[in-house]
Design a protein around this ligand. Structure first.
Ligand SMILES: Nc1ncnc2c1ncn2[C@@H]1O[C@H](COP(=O)(O)OP(=O)(O)OP(=O)(O)O)[C@@H](O)[C@H]1O
Ligand SMILES: [Mg+2]
Length: 241
C-alpha cells in the first residue's frame, strides 16, 4: 500500500437482507487531506463509515488502515489504532456532564493530569469550556455537534470520519463548524473523511471526492471534475452544479 494512503477499502460488499447497501466499494484516503463522500439518500454513505469504523462487518472485502487489515475488528480496537468518528445522529451520554463524557475517550491513551490537560484543551478548542458541568441532555444541537467532534478528538485520532457534521445547523453555524473542521485538518494534521450534502461545503473543504450511488462508487476526483461528471449530475447533483 502506498504510504500516502492512510485508509483503503477493498471490494467492500454489505447487504441488509435483499438490499445491497455497498457493492464492491474501493476507496483510498490520502494522508493529511480532506476527502468528501457524497451521494443521494440511501446511497450507502453511512453504511460505508460503519464498516470502516467497525460498527458493521462487511459481507465481503477488507478495510486496511495504516497498512493493517482491520476488517472485523471491534470499534474500540480500531479507535485505539487512531480512527475516530462522529455519528449522523448525535449520540450523547445524556446524564453525563460535558466534561465526564470527554473523559471516556481521553482515558484510552492518557490518565491523571495528562487526561485532564487534554480535556481542558479540547473544551477550550471547541468553545465548550463554560458548559463543562452541564449535563449533555441540557445542550442544544449546535453544542451537541461540537461535543460530538470534541469527543472524537479526545481519542487523538489520525483519521476522523464525519457523518454529516453540518446537518441540523443553520448556515452561519454550519460555516463556523466547517472552519473548525478545516483547522483540525490543517493545524492538527488530522486526515478527514466527511459525508456532506451541502455542495458548497464539499467544494470549500475537500481535495478529493467520492460519489456513491446505490452502493457503488460512480465517480471520484477533485470536486470540480466530479461536479462536471454527467453521471453524478444525473444521479445526484442536478444541472445547477
Ligand atoms: N441497519 C440497517 N438495516 C437494514 N437496512 C439498512 C440498515 N442500514 C442501512 N440500511 C439500508 O442500506 C441503504 C444505505 O443506507 P445508508 O444509511 O448507508 O445511506 P446514506 O447514504 O447514509 O443515506 P442518507 O444520506 O440518507 O444518510 C439504505 O437502503 C438503507 O435503508
Ligand atoms: Mg447517512
Amino acid at each position: 500500500m502506498n504510504s500516502d494512503i492512510i485508509l483503503e477499502t477493498r471490494e467492500i460488499v454489505k447487504k441488509f437482507g435483499g438490499i445491497v447497501a455497498l457493492n464492491n466499494v474501493n476507496i483510498e484516503i490520502e494522508k493529511g487531506k480532506i476527502t468528501g463522500l457524497i451521494g443521494p439518500n440511501g446511497a450507502g454513505k453511512s453504511t460505508l463509515l460503519n464498516v470502516i469504523s467497525g460498527f458493521l462487518k462487511p459481507d465481503h472485502g477488507s478495510v486496511v488502515f495504516k497498512g493493517r487489515d482491520v476488517t472485523g475488528w471491534l470499534p474500540h480496537r480500531i479507535c485505539s489504532l487512531g480512527l475516530a468518528r462522529t455519528f449522523q445522529i448525535v449520540k450523547p451520554f445524556l446524564n453525563f456532564t460535558v466534561e465526564e463524557s470527554l473523559l471516556i475517550g481521553t482515558l484510552k491513551k492518557r490518565s491523571g493530569s495528562e487526561a485532564q490537560e487534554l480535556i481542558d484543551h479540547v473544551l477550550e478548542y471547541f468553545e465548550l469550556d463554560e458548559l463543562r458541568s452541564k449535563r449533555c441532555k441540557e445542550l442544544n444541537v449546535t453544542q451537541l455537534k461540537r461535543l460530538e467532534l470534541a469527543r472524537a478528538m479526545t481519542t487523538e485520532p489520525e483519521l476522523l470520519l464525519l457523518d454529516e457534521p453540518g446537518a441540523g445547523l443553520n448556515p452561519s453555524e454550519a460555516s463556523k463548524f466547517m472552519k473548525m473542521i478545516r483547522e483540525i485538518n490543517r493545524k492538527k494534521k488530522i486526515t478527514i473523511l466527511i459525508i456532506e450534502h451541502v455542495m458548497p461545503i464539499i467544494m470549500g473543504l475537500c481535495e478529493n471526492v467520492y460519489v456513491l450511488h446505490y452502493g457503488e462508487i460512480i465517480a471520484k476526483g477533485c470536486p470540480r471534475s466530479v461536479c462536471k461528471n454527467k453521471q453524478v449530475i444525473n444521479a445526484y447533483l442536478g444541472e445547477k452544479w
